[in-house]
Design a protein around this ligand. Structure first.
Ligand SMILES: CC(C)CCC[C@@H](C)[C@H]1CC[C@H]2[C@@H]3CC=C4C[C@@H](O)CC[C@]4(C)[C@H]3CC[C@]12C
Length: 635
C-alpha cells in the first residue's frame, strides 16, 4: 500500500537553491511547496524521499529483504582463530552477532515501513489542506496559506541540478513577495495530524522568527502517531436502544432553588464522558504548548505567552453546542489518557466530594500542566452560573511558569429552549518572567452582534502593551505583535491587517454524535485493545452506567446509575472518616492539589495498591450510616 501511494502520488521532488530550507514535492496534479525549520531538517526530508523512491524503484523490496538479512562473520572468525580461541567459543560469538543483527534488521524494517507509509500519505494530506484553506485564502485579510499552483505535468526526477532548480524558480515566480513568508510548516504536518487526524488546522512560520520544532518529533514519534492514530476510533458505537426525550423541566421543577448539580437526573441528560475526561478535553490543542515551549527556547518569550493564551482559550472550544451533562465521578475515580501521538500523558482524580473537586496533571514535551477544579454554582431557575475557583499552572522545563484561573460559565435555557453555555469574565495569565497577559471574555448581551469574543493583550515587565489578541473561543485566536502601542490599541478585530492566526478549532467529526462530541472527545472513553487489563479499577472507562449510555443501553445505564448514586452517598461518610486521594496531595498552604507521582509506575506493574473497586457491587462495601446520607445524590 505504502509504495503504491508513492507511485500514485509523488512524481518527483526537488530542492530549492535560493532557499536552503525549501523543497518541492511534485504530484501529478500540483506542486507542494514545503519549508522546514532548519537546513538539517530539509536534508532529513530529502534523504527520506530519496530512500523511499529508491525502495519504490526497486519494486517495493525493503532493504532487509533485498540483502536477505545476511552478512559475513568470516573476518571475526579468522581473527578469533588467530587469537587461538577455541572453535566452540568462536561459534558462540558468531551466533551472538547473528542474533543481534537479525533483531536489528527487524527493527529497521518496521521503521522503514512506517516511514514510507507516512511519506506516501503526505501529498494526499497536504492537498486536503490546500483545498480546505481555499476559503481562508478568499479573505485577503486573513490570507494564511500559499495559493495552490499546478505543476502542469512537470515530472522531473529529484536532483539538485539547475534544471530542477528552474522548476522551483518557475513556481516561485508565480508568487507575490508577500506570499514569501507563508509556507506549510513541515513540522506542523506531523504534530497537527496528531491533534487532528484530518490535518484541518495549520500554522505559519513567522519568516525569520520561525518557531522551529526541534528534534522532539523524530521518526519514532511519527511511527507512534501512525500506529496509534490508526487505533483510535472516529465514531461512537451504534445505540442499542432507541433514544428518548424527557422534559428537563419535569425533572427539576421540584428542585428550583437547589443546587442543580446535586439533583438526581436520569441518564438521558448525560453525555458518555465523566467530568474527569472532560478535563482532558481541555488539552485537545496541547500542541499550542509544544509550540510555546519551542518559541521560548529560541528566545521568543512573547510568542510563548501568546501560544499559552491561545491554549487557555482553546479549552473552551469543546463546550460549544454540547447540551448534556458529564457524569459526576465517584470519590476516588480516576482517568488516565496516554496519547503518545500528541506527546502527552494525562491523569486526573476526583479528590473531594464535598465540595466537589478534581485534580489533574499532564506531562508534555517540555512542559507540565496541572490544576484543580472546584466549581461554585448558582442556580437562577432558567440558568446556572458556574464560578470556577482553582488555579491552573503551566511549567516549562526551562523554569518559566504561567498561572491562570478559568472565567465564569453560564448555562442558559435550562427550562425552555436549547441549552447552551457562554463564558464571560477576565482571565489573567501571570508569568514568572517578562510577560503577563489579560484576556477578556465578552459578556453576552441581546445587542451583541458578535458573541463569544475574546480580546486581550500582553504586557511586558514595564507594563507596556507589546501584543494584542483577538478572536472567539469557539473559532480561532489571532495576535498582532507590535512595538507601537498606539497601533495595537487601534486593533479591534482579527480583520486587522497583519493579524496572525495562533489557533483554529478543528472541524467537527464526519459522523456527528447526538452529544455533539468533537473527534477528539469521541476517543476519550474508548477501551482500545489491551487497555482494559492495564487500567486501575477506578478508571472512568470502567464505570458501567457511562459505558451503557455510550452503547445506547439506556435502561441498564439508568439502573446502574441509581446503584452507583447510592454508593456515592457514602462519600461524605468516607471523607469524614479520613479518606484521602490516592494520587494527589493537598498543599495545606495554598489549598491546591499536587500529583504525588507513582501512577504510571504502578501501571507498569499493574499493582493497584489502595485502589478499590469503586464501581463494584454495593454489598461488598460497608453500609452507609443513615444519618450521614445526602438528601439528594450528586449526578
Ligand atoms: C441539566 C443539564 C441537562 C444541562 C446541561 C449542562 C451542561 C451544558 C453543563 C453541565 C456541566 C458544565 C461544565 C462544567 C464545568 C466546566 C468547566 C468550565 O471551566 C468550562 C465549562 C464547563 C466545561 C461546563 C460546560 C457546560 C456543562 C457541560
Amino acid at each position: 500500500m505504502t509504495l503504491q501511494c508513492w507511485e500514485d502520488s509523488i512524481s518527483s521532488f526537488s530542492e530549492s537553491k535560493s532557499d536552503d530550507k525549501r523543497f518541492y514535492i511534485i504530484t501529478p496534479t500540483k506542486t507542494l511547496q514545503l519549508r522546514t525549520g532548519c537546513v538539517k531538517d530539509r536534508v532529513a526530508w530529502i534523504e527520506a524521499l530519496v530512500s523511499a523512491r529508491s525502495e519504490y524503484s526497486l519494486g517495493g523490496i525493503l532493504p532487509s529483504d533485498r540483502n536477505g538479512g545476511s552478512f559475513s562473520t568470516e573476518k571475526l572468525r579468522d581473527r578469533l582463530h588467530a587469537e587461538g580461541v577455541g572453535a566452540e567459543i568462536v561459534k558462540d560469538c558468531e551466533q551472538i552477532v547473528h542474533s543481534e543483527f537479525s533483531q536489528y534488521h527487524v527493527q529497521m524494517k518496521q521503521r522503514c515501513e512506517s516511514y514510507l507509509s507516512f511519506i506516501g500519505s503526505l501529498p494526499r494530506e497536504l492537498e486536503a489542506v490546500n483545498s480546505e484553506d481555499a476559503t481562508i485564502r478568499g479573505n485577503p485579510q486573513s490570507q494564511l496559506f500559499k495559493p495552490d499552483f499546478s505543476s502542469s505535468g512537470k515530472c522531473s526526477e529529484y536532483s539538485n541540478t539547475e534544471s530542477s532548480e528552474d522548476a522551483g524558480k518557475q513556481e516561485i515566480e508565480k508568487m507575490s513577495d508577500e506570499d514569501e513568508f507563508h509556507f506549510y510548516d513541515t513540522r506542523q504536518s506531523f504534530s497537527d495530524g496528531v491533534a487532528s487526524p484530518d490535518l484541518k488546522v495549520r500554522y505559519l512560520n513567522y519568516g525569520n522568527e520561525a518557531c522551529k520544532f526541534g528534534d522532539s518529533l523524530a521518526a519514532d514519534k511519527t511511527n507512534e502517531y501512525l500506529l496509534s492514530s490508526a487505533k483510535r476510533r472516529s465514531k461512537l458505537p451504534e445505540p442499542v436502544e432507541k433514544e428518548r426525550s424527557v422534559s428537563l423541566w419535569s425533572m427539576i421543577k421540584d428542585n428550583v432553588g437547589k443546587d442543580l448539580t446535586r439533583v438526581c437526573l436520569p441518564v438521558y441528560f448525560n453525555e458518555p464522558l465523566s467530568s474527569l475526561q472532560k478535563c482532558f478535553e481541555e488539552l485537545e490543542y496541547s500542541y499550542l504548548l509544544d509550540r510555546a515551549y519551542e518559541c521560548g527556547l529560541r528566545g521568543n518569550g512573547l510568542m510563548r505567552i501568546l501560544y499559552v493564551a491561545a491554549f487557555a482559550v482553546s479549552g473552551y472550544a469543546s463546550t460549544d453546542s454540547r447540551p448534556c451533562k458529564p457524569f459526576n465521578p465517584l470519590l476516588g475515580e480516576t482517568y488516565e489518557a496516554d496519547y503518545p501521538e500528541k506527546g502527552i500523558r494525562f491523569f486526573s482524580e476526583k479528590v473531594s466530594h464535598h465540595p466537589m473537586a478534581m485534580a489533574c496533571h499532564c506531562e508534555g514535551k517540555g512542559w507540565k500542566f496541572w490544576g484543580d477544579s472546584n466549581l461554585k454554582s448558582k442556580f437562577w431557575g432558567q440558568s446556572i452560573q458556574l464560578d470556577p475557583s482553582g488555579i491552573l499552572t503551566l511549567e516549562f522545563d526551562d523554569g518559566e511558569t504561567f498561572q491562570w484561573s478559568k472565567v465564569t460559565t453560564t448555562i442558559n435555557n435550562l427550562i425552555i429552549g436549547r441549552v447552551y453555555c457562554h463564558h464571560h469574565g477576565t482571565m489573567n495569565i501571570s508569568g514568572n518572567k517578562k510577560y503577563s497577559c489579560k484576556l477578556m471574555f465578552k459578556e453576552q448581551s441581546f445587542l451583541e452582534r458578535n458573541p463569544r469574543q475574546v480580546q486581550g493583550f500582553v504586557k511586558d515587565a514595564d507594563g507596556t502593551k507589546v501584543a494584542s489578541l483577538m478572536g472567539k473561543w469557539d473559532e480561532s485566536m489571532y495576535c498582532v505583535v507590535s512595538d507601537d502601542a498606539s497601533k495595537l490599541n487601534s486593533h479591534t478585530s482579527h480583520q486587522s491587517a497583519g493579524a496572525t492566526l495562533l489557533w483554529k478549532k478543528n472541524e467537527p467529526p464526519a459522523d456527528p454524535t447526538r452529544y455533539n462530541l468533537s473527534s477528539f472527545a469521541i476517543t476519550l472513553n474508548e477501551l482500545t485493545p489491551g487497555l482494559k487489563e492495564k487500567l486501575p479499577p477506578t478508571d472512568s472507562r470502567l464505570r458501567p452506567d457511562q459505558r451503557h449510555l455510550e452503547n445506547g443501553e439506556y435502561e441498564k445505564a439508568n439502573s446502574e446509575k441509581l446503584r452507583l448514586e447510592t454508593r456515592q452517598r457514602m462519600a461524605r461518610n468516607m471523607q469524614e472518616s479520613g479518606w484521602k486521594p490516592r494520587w494527589f496531595q493537598r498543599d495545606s498552604e495554598h489549598g491546591t492539589y499536587r500529583y504525588v507521582g507513582g501512577y504510571w509506575e504502578a501501571r507498569e506493574q499493574t499493582k493497584w495498591v489502595g485502589c478499590s473497586d469503586i464501581f463494584g457491587s454495593f454489598c461488598d462495601n460497608p453500609k452507609p450510616r443513615v444519618s450521614t446520607l445526602y438528601t439528594s445524590a450528586s449526578v
